[in-house]
Design a protein around this ligand. Structure first.
Ligand code: HEC
Ligand code: HEC
Length: 251
């Protein structure tokens, strides 16, 4: 026990790979893929101007964040320099990094996020939410809010004009209960005094006589879109945003 303790309190001297493993991997991941700290491998490292700036960050940390300073008594100057050079080789250009991020974001869009259940991109996906093929013309802040606080968007763009029926941009969510007890959650497409037409999750249009329905519930001003605040890690959120920003029409 004593030897292990003294090892940890002496300055680290040795291969930069070992220094990374001991001092950095806990937050930045075994291979730089990120975790509690951001991804470093394949990142544009926007906070490091050059290899020297990166070295300064390691020595001084980033005040006000979880990135701690690593003082000289934990990492000697030679190893620090080698470590900074090694990590710097992981950096990629801003363009390459957002292209790679968009690729990962696309995988999250289809997989973990299940976004395609409701959204259509270039002809693929569901119709419960708006088509997103050109959503990259929106600001990053707008997209971030749409993901983290989806209800917030509605007051601006939906609450009022949801009262009118406008295909395909009206996403009023309705829950219909038939007299036989069947429940359908769907987006309203059209409605008159005697009938209502809806599009269900699979994209199928269905029409009901109101006399067949025991109940029609309408979620005015509410969205079926869940908040993704607790679904994605910070890295994943960046990737999804990079993907959404890359959608610029039917290219
Ligand atoms: C306790 C967790 C933690 C440890 C340990 C840690 N980091 Fe970090 N690191 C962070 C966090 C969090 C950030 C992002 C801070 C911010 O900008 O909000 C960060 C940022 C960075 C950046 C800035 C990237 C850019 O955008 O330019 C570099 C480089 C970096 N760390 C390298 C390292 C290296 C090398 C080590 C090991 C010597 C290390 N970090 C150890 C948490 C950690
Ligand atoms: C259960 C259905 C559903 C799921 C799942 C869903 N959304 Fe949505 N989303 C909607 C609806 C409906 C809207 C329309 C506005 C509203 O009601 O919030 C919307 C709006 C948006 C908007 C704003 C579009 C605009 O032009 O204003 C973005 C961006 C978006 N969603 C992205 C995503 C992403 C990314 C995912 C997956 C991580 C996702 N959505 C998952 C239903 C969904």
């Amino acid at each position: 026990m004593i030897t292990l303790f003294s090892l940890l309190t002496f300055a680290f001297a040795g291969a930069p790979e070992d220094a990374y493993k001991q001092l950095c991997s806990g937050c930045h991941g075994e291979r730089g893929e990120g975790g509690r700290g951001p991804m470093l491998l394949g990142s544009a490292m926007p906070r490091s101007k050059d290899v020297n700036g990166l070295l300064q960050i390691i020595r001084q940390g980033i005040p006000g964040t979880d990135m701690p300073p690593i003082p000289a008594n934990r990492l000697d100057n030679d190893t620090l320099k080698q470590l900074a050079e090694k990590v710097w080789t992981w950096r990629v250009s801003g363009e390459a990094s957002s292209a790679a991020g968009a690729g990962r974001g696309r995988a999250l869009f289809v997989g973990k996020g299940k976004c395609m259940e409701c959204h259509r991109v270039r002809g693929e996906g569901g119709t419960l939410g708006p088509e997103l093929s050109a959503t990259g013309t929106r600001s990053r802040d707008y997209l971030k809010t749409a993901l983290l606080q989806p209800e917030k968007e509605i007051s601006d763009s939906f609450a009022n004009y949801r009262w009118t029926i406008d295909i395909p941009d009206n996403f009023l969510q309705v829950r219909l209960t038939t007299t036989r007890g069947e429940q359908i959650v769907a987006a309203r497409v059209n409605e008159d005094s005697f009938t209502i037409q809806v599009r269900d999750k699979t994209g199928r249009l269905r029409s009901f006589e109101k006399s067949q329905l025991a109940k029609i519930e309408k979620n005015w001003g509410r969205t079926p879109m869940p908040s993704y605040a607790n679904t994605f890690s910070a890295n994943e959120l960046e990737d999804i945003l990079a993907y959404l920003s890359s959608l610029r029409g039917n290219r």
